[in-house]
Design a protein around this ligand. Structure first.
Ligand code: DI6
Ligand code: FE
Length: 424
């Protein structure tokens, strides 16, 4: 006996094959425990639905997709950077602001100042905004602590979000995000000494189960290829997978470097070289596209999508939710941007936020498609065709999400409470 069965469903399984979206029209899907137990045409069910499952959901032709996966976020942080937004509109560039001590470092100050509870409270609404649009798995990076205990605080908050919310959280350690003020201009041994302190932290993160992968920002304003190599060698020795912010603002050979370490993913990639793309294809490294950052920074060089397609590199899309370069908490909006700004098809964009994004988190065998044996993470949408998910901006057609087979409650509404009755 299954726990639930969805009937009269149109299923965008996202399994690659002959049919767009791997679609099954007039379909049914059985859920047992936290897994998909059965999927296929309704007519192929071996008994009537009531004899197969305790609960029946008649979807009346609505579409079902896999739960969305946001495979690149920095959503745990303190403060905001709206002031910097105004500076940039006034003509300052992202790199200029970073060099003058603003940018990432201003978020580091605010994140350090927040205790664990405050950081959790600040981050939860961003996660809930993603979940309200059907996100059932999310990657969250550290990188705004830049000091051992502070990085641990961020990763603890990420873990607590996953423990308290119906969402899978993949924790990436991004200690190599920026050189903190204490080590700037060669102080205390400079960037390399700072990196040593982050490398020394890795065994403890493993022991305390605070890390699922190791990330770095490889860029002229952050860490160079030699430094990233040192970090990745240490991560690999501990059996940790790696991923890399690569070639976002310039070609720093990041794509090839990521591939050399068989990285799960390389991200941004606006300036990735041909050789880097070939290396990624050979290594099976996913390209994570972040059109929210491209949009916010008003970049003009789009990632080389045609070259990725030609080489057979799979494309994921993600929000990059962060307070500076991508203050975006809507994965559906990012699907739209991926189509408009980068020329993805709506099907590529949806695959990029389901099947391919799951692969980027090392969850390709258990998440990202509707298949028997995979996690029953799915979303029911009030749409006529899957392309609608990428078509609109600012409209959410979600009817119901399921996480591990259970219906997810919508995010709690916020509102005002009056302080009491006024004078009569
Ligand atoms: N690339 C990004 O897009 C974010 N970090 C990174 O390495 C930006 C982070 C920020 O501006 O706060
Ligand atoms: Fe990022």
């Amino acid at each position: 006996m299954w726990d639930s069965v969805l009937i009269n469903a149109r299923l965008a399984t996202m399994v690659p094959g002959r049919l767009p979206y791997g679609a099954i029209e007039a379909g049914a899907l059985g859920i047992a425990g936290d897994r998909i137990a059965w999927i296929g045409p309704l007519d192929d069910l071996t008994a009537r639905p009531g004899a197969l499952a305790r609960r029946i959901y008649d979807l009346e032709g609505r579409w079902v997709t896999p739960g969305l996966v946001d495979c690149h976020t920095h959503l745990v942080y303190g403060g905001d950077r709206a002031g910097e937004f105004e500076q940039r509109l006034g003509g300052a560039s992202y790199a200029e602001i970073a060099r003058s001590g603003g940018g990432i470092l201003s978020t580091v100050t605010a994140t350090r100042a927040a205790d664990e509870e405050a950081l959790l409270a600040a981050s939860l609404p961003r996660l809930q905004a993603l979940m309200a649009e059907g996100v059932t798995a999310v990657e969250i990076k550290s990188g705004y602590g830049l000091e051992p205990e502070q990085e641990i605080k961020q990763l603890r908050v990420a873990r607590r979000l996953g423990e308290t919310q119906p969402v899978t959280v993949h924790k990436s350690f991004l200690g190599a995000h920026a050189v903190p003020p204490e080590y700037r201009d060669g102080a205390q041994g400079g960037a390399d000494a700072y990196l040593d302190s982050m490398i020394a932290l890795l065994p403890r993160l493993v022991e305390e189960q605070l890390v699922d992968s190791v990330d770095a920002f490889c860029e002229s304003i952050a860490f160079d290829a030699r430094q990233v190599t040192r970090l990745f060698e240490a991560a690999t020795a501990l059996g940790l997978p790696v991923r890399l912010h690569a070639d976002q603002l310039s070609d720093g050979g990041g794509a090839a470097l990521a591939a050399r370490f068989k990285a799960l993913s390389a991200e941004h990639l606006e300036y990735a070289s041909r050789a880097g793309i070939r290396a990624m294809a050979e290594a099976g490294t996913v390209a994570v596209l972040l059109p929210g950052a491209f949009y916010t920074l008003k970049d003009e060089t789009a990632p080389p999508i045609a070259a990725f397609r030609e080489a057979g590199v799979e494309l994921a899309v993600a929000t990059d939710c962060n307070p500076g370069s991508s203050p975006v908490s809507s994965l559906l909006s990012v699907l739209n941007m991926a189509c408009i700004l980068f020329g993805l098809t709506p099907e590529e964009a949806l695959a990029g936020a389901t099947r391919v994004a799951a692969r980027a988190l090392g969850l390709g065998d258990s998440h990202g498609t509707l298949e028997v044996g995979k996690a029953a993470d799915l979303v029911v949408w009030d749409i006529e065709r899957p392309a609608e998910l990428a078509y609109r901006l600012g409209f959410n057609p979600l009817v119901q999400a399921f996480k591990d087979g259970r219906a997810v409650d919508a995010a709690p509404k916020r509102g005002l409470r009056s302080a009491g009755a006024g004078a009569a």
